[in-house]
Design a protein. Sequence first.
Length: 284
Amino acid sequence: MNMDMLLSMSLPVEIFSTFHRFDNYYIDDMQYGDLSDLDFQQLGLDDISARVDPFRCLEFDRMSAFNIYRSRYDHLLPKGVPISRQRCADIMFDEMKELSTQFASGQYAHLICNMIDHFHYGNGQQWTDVDLNRAYDEVIQGTGTNHLLMEIVNTIDEHLFLKQQASMDYFFFTDLKRTIRNDIRLPKFNRFMDRFNGLGISVHDIYAQKVSLEHFQRYAMSWEGLLAFKAQDHFGLGKEDITRELYKNFRFFRIWFFLQRHRDYAYKPFMTNFNAHVHIKGGV
C-alpha cells in the first residue's frame, strides 16, 4: 500500500482552528430579551427610532418625526398614535433595511437585507447563503488577505522539499498547526471595499474559523490538495458593541440592539455560517 493510499484513509484532517469555538451561544452578543427600560436609559439609549417610540409603542406622525428627540422623560418627545408592539417592531425592521444603505451599496448589498429578514422571522435559526460563500472564497484567495492560505502552501512545500521521503503523518500535521499559528492573519471582511459593498456590515467580524485538508496527492516533482475552510460569525450585538461610539452613533445599530436585547421584543440573534473549498498545489 503506497503513501497516497494511506493518506486517503486518514483524510480529512484538521490543520487549523481558532481559539474561539463554533456554536458558542453563551457570549454576550448572542443574548436577547435581557434588558429593561432602565437598562437602556443607563446605557444612554433613549433615541432608538425616528419613526416610533418603541418604549411606549407610539408611531410618530410625519411632522413630529422632524422634532429633536432629547429624552424619554422630557416634554419635547414627538407625539404619536398608539400601535401594537408587533407593528412597532415591523416598522423598526423596515427602518433598519433603509438605514443599511449607509453601509451597503455594492455587489453584496442584498445580504444585509436578507439577514435582517432572517433576524425578523428566523427565530434564531442558523443562516447561510451562496453569495456569502463566494465572497469568503474571494477573500481567502485575494491579494493581501490570503496570508493563511500562503502559509499552509509554503509549509507543505518546505516540508516535502527538505524531506523527499517524508510522509504526511501525524507529526507533519502537528508541525503544520504549530507553524501557521505563529503570527497568522486570518481572512476577514475588513478590506476598504467591505465598508461599502455590504460585507462589512453583514459580517463585521469572523468569530470562529477552521481549515481541513480534504484531499492530497503527491507526484514526482509536485503535489496538489484541497482545503476546506469553514467560518462562523454572530449576527448579534453585545453591550461592548453598543457602548462604542462607532456603533452607538448610528441609528441602525441602536435599533438592532433594541430589537435584540429589550425584554419586550427579544428577537433572537443567529449564527452565520459560510465555507469555501480551495485547490492548492506546489512543487518539490
